[in-house]
Design a protein around this ligand. Structure first.
Ligand code: ACM
Ligand code: ZN
Length: 754
């Protein structure tokens, strides 16, 4: 932030702001994203906003804005707030004026010529928001709403009599024109209300693009009238469906889709809030959901080539001319639903090998004199690019679209693999969006012992804040201009139930907001965290976002357990029996002396919300036995099956085919093992995916006669697991599969013997 000693002046303002009575709330100045310029003029008096304040609009384009502000103010004051148009006579000056002005006026006021820029001015008598466009007015309103007490977010909140706002000027505009969030609604279906609620949060933090990942291997989510099977069959996963079950959903049917009416409703809802919705259908790979419903779209071979995610036969045939007819028909219907200029076609992670085995693809290669398969990919991308251009759309795709040939100069690569791909993109002259996975993949773990993926990186909030879309590369000014802005993304193939999706998204969305909007020089992690913790966690709570509560750091030193937390308002609770702390657990107030540190678990709480439970991070929490063990199975495995007996949870063993009823995995101990408990997990440890939803655990004291134990049940962290508590030494345990798995393969784990 420029031109003012912000922190000192705000502190003075707040300290001198004496409530007129108990019900007058002070304005909150912890704005996220931090504005470009914020000048607090007066420290003595402020504007008193109350139920008599009227909203005055000078332009019919402000209709939604005025009503949006009105409903928020009514939450505070519990009275009807009046909206007037400028020509109506006003009884007092007690007003908030929404002024759409022209370019010349903007220039005179020092407002940047940008439809999202605004000037928010607070004087003793009135508040004015000036902007060249309704979008800027909307953002001025969002800034004003952030100054209101937390009651602003909820109809059910307590009444407040007035809000005292210091006189000030905020002149603000975004650093980047594009500030996006991508949500994968294919792997996990999120319903209409969930999407709208999320859009509210994005709008509050001035994020202006929602990249809606609507089609992938695990589900097609847009109703297309000409191809009804896409959603009749391709939107559903389960034991009796064409698509394999969703992780964690067992044998239940899982999925859903958005009707065309619902999509129109969501698009309008977003547009009112200055959010453009970019649809993505992922092509030509990631297309299992299409391939199971219209199998003719893939190469006419039985391909054994697997995608990175383990799917086969999920790639559109490039040489099949009818595919482009179908794609144009689909795109035509989409253009009736999505006014967005940008349409995203994925194009990531295509296993191109099936094109090598396909006669039709091969003859196209020959005809076009292509040497590499990647040129076929470029051919496909260019064909779709052309269809989109015909319908007035600009194509976007993941950064693989940079490979294998040229693109139209308007086409937008979305960089995900690494920052260097961003350099490649702008050096090729392409406008570019930066969703660099090492920073902006919100499905990654936030610390080593939390749930989530980690192939890109373990990404704590601080790392996201450190990301800059332009980076510190040697780019010319022209190249820098090609970087449209940052985007955060949440992939949901790891069984992200809606609450967990919020956990991964918030508060990182607020970081994204500041990266995208605020001036680079004004970014300050400590200042951001202060605003976040002092004000915005509670705002997120009031807006009903299930944000992540940062777990405590815990260490064991000199016979004492010492726990620490990110900020003062969090409460640390603990247990001494390895159980997960609850609201009823003891509060941690000082170091705990103990010689059994492995039995303690700690968690931080924000109100009733808690972090993950954590033990001391510098000691081994579990002392698993490691007896000599032999593992056998009737199922062929991708890796040496012996690694299931190396007692290293970081080595995995995958089946080389889908599991089926009757399959078994037998763990036999060299000598019977005395133990309290054996935990048998399946699937990817710490991710709860690719386990065995249909299986029973058996165990034997003599290695011959087996006793039936528990069936495998789903655990949010561990995936499908079963436990036994034997009465005497155990000679063997056996997993017996009773039905299908979760994927085209299954993952087995080492035993955890205590
Ligand atoms: C991607 O993560 N495959 C874009
Ligand atoms: Zn083909």
């Amino acid at each position: 932030m420029k031109k003012i000693l912000l922190l000192t002046s705000i502190v003075v303002v707040l300290a001198s702001c004496i409530n007129k009575n108990n019900e007058t709330a002070k304005a909150n100045l912890d704005i996220i994203p931090v504005p470009q310029t914020m000048i607090v003029n007066s420290i003595e008096n402020g504007f008193i906003l109350d139920s008599k304040t009227v909203i005055v609009s000078n332009n019919s384009e402000n209709q939604f804005n005025a009503e949006f502000l009105q409903s928020h103010l009514e939450n505070i004051f519990k009275k009807d707030i009046e909206i007037l148009v400028e020509t109506q006579e006003r009884v007092s000056n007690n007003s908030i004026n929404l002024n759409i002005i022209d370019e010349t006026q903007c220039e005179e006021m020092g407002i940047v010529n940008d439809k999202e820029a605004y000037l928010l001015s607070v004087t003793l008598d009135e508040i004015n928001i000036f902007a060249i466009d309704a979008a800027g007015i909307f953002y001025g309103i969002q800034t004003l709403i952030q100054m209101m007490p937390n009651e602003v977010y909820s109809e059910n909140a307590n009444k407040i009599a007035a809000v005292d706002i210091p006189c000030m000027n905020i002149v603000d505009n975004p650093r980047f024109k594009y500030r996006g969030l991508m949500l994968d609604c294919s792997r996990t279906f999120f319903d209409v209300d969930y999407i709208k609620h999320l859009l509210n949060g994005l709008a509050h933090y001035k994020i202006n693009n929602f990249h809606w990942h609507l089609a992938d291997d695990q589900g097609w989510r847009i109703e297309i009238k000409q191809y009804p099977k896409l959603t009749e069959l391709g939107a559903w996963r389960g034991a009796n469906e064409l698509l394999m079950p969703a992780y964690g959903s067992g044998n239940e049917r899982n999925g859903g889709f958005y009707t065309q009416e619902e999509i129109k409703d969501i698009v309008k809802y977003a547009a009112d809030r200055n959010i453009n919705i970019i649809p993505e259908i992922d092509l030509p790979g990631h297309s299992k959901a299409v391939a199971v419903t219209y199998p003719e779209i893939v190469c006419d071979i039985d391909s054994k080539h697997l995608s990175v995610q383990g799917e086969s036969n999920n790639v559109w045939c490039v040489g099949r001319e009818d595919n482009y007819v179908m794609l144009e028909n689909i795109i035509k219907e989409m253009t009736e639903l999505f006014p967005s200029k940008i349409y995203h076609i994925g194009a990531d992670e295509v296993n191109m090998n099936s094109w090598r085995d396909c006669d039709v693809c091969q003859s196209l290669m020959k005809e076009k004199d292509m040497k590499e398969l990647v040129e076929l990919q470029n051919h496909f991308v260019r064909r779709v690019e052309k269809i989109l251009a015909k319908h007035g759309k600009t194509m976007a795709g993941w950064d693989e679209i940079l490979d294998g040939g040229d693109l139209l100069e308007t086409t937008i690569p979305y960089v995900w693999q690494n920052s260097e791909r961003g350099i490649k993109s702008v050096k090729a002259g392409q406008p570019t969006v930066m969703q660099v996975s090492q920073y902006m993949y919100f499905d990654m773990k936030q610390s080593p012992d939390e749930r989530g993926l980690k192939w890109a990186a373990i990404i704590p909030l601080d790392s996201v804040y450190a990301f800059d879309p332009i980076g510190h590369f040697e780019l010319t000014k022209e190249e820098e201009k090609l970087i449209l802005g940052p985007q955060g993304g949440l992939w949901t193939e790891c069984g992200q139930v809606p609450g967990y999706a919020h956990y991964q998204l918030f508060p990182k969305v607020l970081v994204l907001s500041e990266i995208g909007w605020s001036a680079y020089e004004d970014r300050n992690l400590e200042h951001f965290k202060k605003r976040l913790f002092d004000s915005h966690l509670e705002r997120l709570y009031q807006m009903d976002f299930e944000f992540r509560v940062a777990p405590p750091t815990v260490k064991y030193e000199d016979g004492k357990l010492i726990a620490d937390k990110d900020y003062e308002e969090l409460v640390i609770r603990y247990t001494d029996d390895k159980s997960t702390p609850t609201l009823e657990s003891a509060e941690y107030t000082e170091a705990i002396s103990t010689d059994k540190p492995e039995n303690y678990r700690f968690a931080t709480f924000y109100k009733e919300r808690s972090s993950i439970a954590r033990g001391a991070q510098n000691i081994e929490l579990y002392h698993y036995q490691k007896p000599n063990t032999t593992v056998t199975s009737n199922v062929p495995m991708e890796q040496d099956i012996d690694i299931l007996a190396d007692y290293n949870m970081n080595t995995y063993c995958y089946t080389a085919r889908p599991v089926e009823a009757g399959d078994y995995f037998l763990y036999t101990f060299e000598n019977p093992v005395e133990c309290e408990k054996i935990l048998v997990g399946t699937g990817h440890y710490g991710l709860a995916i690719v386990g065995l939803p249909n299986a029973v655990l058996e165990y034997s004291y003599d290695g011959e006669n087996f006793i039936k134990g528990d069936t495998f049940v789903y655990d949010y962290f561990d995936g499908y697991k079963a436990e036994i508590y034997p009465e005497k030494a155990v000679k063997a345990v056996k997993i017996v599969v009773t039905g299908i798995g979760e994927c085209e393969y299954a993952i087995l784990q080492d035993l955890r013997i205590e």
